[in-house]
Design a protein around this ligand. Structure first.
Ligand SMILES: Cc1ncc(C[n+]2csc(CCOP(=O)(O)OP(=O)(O)O)c2C)c(N)n1
Ligand code: SF4
Ligand SMILES: [Mg+2]
Length: 330
């Protein structure tokens, strides 16, 4: 459906061009140094006031709306843990219907859903898949703090291999209880959903402005779009709150969380650690208490998997297949 007014988003070229207006303000109850709260603050800064937000259950719902308060200045709705995608579909379709009937002005209204790694990457994956198969204008932001943080740090499908969580405590019998490698959600959604116009991964703080501009790009492209963010969590990852930005930066520089955009089947790296010099993952792991039980052999294993991803995958971070697939001969 044609919209009469389209918001033109300018690329933010330097920090001085960052909008000063705060649409996610003080008054929330997230932990000190919570990077997911920063992810919220930044996406709404980039999107601006003509935006409605839906948020699935998780820290970013519970800690943001305790005791009938809210830091959101824009209209905001809570939805069930696995319903991020479907809530965005309902909201976007509703706005479209109201505009078609002339009940509200025809203008670009951003619909943004945020959901956590458990809510979006595990429980709500089917709803997101459905949302990405529509022609609706919506953006889904999966904020990934690598645990079910709100219910006291349980492992999810997106928790890093080896991490201690309340579901995966290291013990004398098994040092490593979290033996799954992180589920690679963004490429799965990009490859399987040709209707999805834009897929990106991001870290709210590193490289500076990268995330703000990815949000703007997704909203400008319109249609169903998806961004997966990397959010250090002081409580769950066990580090002092002041180190959140640094840990995010080390994660990106070590290549454990690749940063890229996928538009019309083309992958572009927005931070390529191969060109900039990939640091050892040990520098990232050793700053977090959740990896304190790892021994050298474990760190070497994690390093080996990351090396393979960057050196041997067909498209590093996206497709692990080497060369063309061949039919298996039975
Ligand atoms: C259907 C359902 N099952 C379980 C819960 C309990 N619950 C609330 S928040 C949460 C964790 C969500 O984890 P994630 O999506 O990663 O968000 P985070 O808390 O880490 O921000 C759980 C299990 C729930 N609200 N609904
Ligand atoms: S537990 Fe982690 S994600 Fe949740 S509010 Fe605290 S720092 Fe943020
Ligand atoms: Mg989580």
């Amino acid at each position: 459906m044609a919209v009469t007014e389209v918001i033109e988003y300018d690329r933010i070229k330097n920090v001085r061009q960052t909008p000063l207006e705060e649409l996610y303000t003080s008054g929330h109850r997230t932990c000190q140094g919570c990077e997911s709260a920063f992810t919220m603050r930044e996406f709404i800064k980039a999107a601006g006031p003509r935006t409605v937000v839906t948020g699935a259950t998780g820290c970013m719902y519970v800690a943001n709306t305790s005791y009938m308060t809210s830091p959101w200045i824009v209209p905001w709705m809570h939805t069930q843990l696995g319903a991020g995608g479907s809530s965005a579909v309902g909201m976007s379709a509703g706005i479209r219907a109201l505009q078609r009937k002339g009940k509200i002005k025809q203008e670009k209204i951003n619909v943004i859903n945020f959901c956590g790694d458990l809510g979006g990457g595990d429980m709500g994956l089917s709803g997101i898949s459905g949302a990405l198969q529509t022609d609706l204008d919506l953006l889904i932001i999966l904020y990934d703090n690598e645990s079910a943080a709100n219910t006291d740090i349980q492992a999810t499908g997106m928790t890093t291999y080896g991490a201690q969580t309340t579901f995966t405590p290291p013990g004398s019998k098994h040092r490593i209880m979290q033996r799954r490698w992180k589920k690679n959600v963004a490429p799965m959604l990009a490859v399987g959903h040709p209707t999805c116009k834009y897929v990106a991964t991001a870290c709210a703080t590193y490289p500076p402005l990268d995330y703000l501009n990815k949000v703007r790009k997704a909203l400008a492209i319109g249609g169903p779009t998806f961004i997966h963010t990397f959010d250090p969590c002081p409580k769950g990852w066990d580090f002092y709150p002041e180190y959140g930005h640094e840990i995010g930066e080390l994660g990106i520089k070590s290549g454990i969380f690749p940063l890229y955009e996928i538009v019309e089947g083309k992958v572009s790296y927005t931070y390529d650690p191969r060109q900039k010099g990939r640091i050892k993952v040990r520098e990232y792991l050793e700053k977090q208490g959740r990896f304190a039980h790892l021994i050298d052999e474990d760190v070497d294993h994690i390093q080996g998997v990351i090396d393979e991803m960057w050196d041997e995958w067909e498209v590093p971070g996206v497709t692990p297949f080497k060369g063309n697939l061949e039919l298996a001969r039975n």
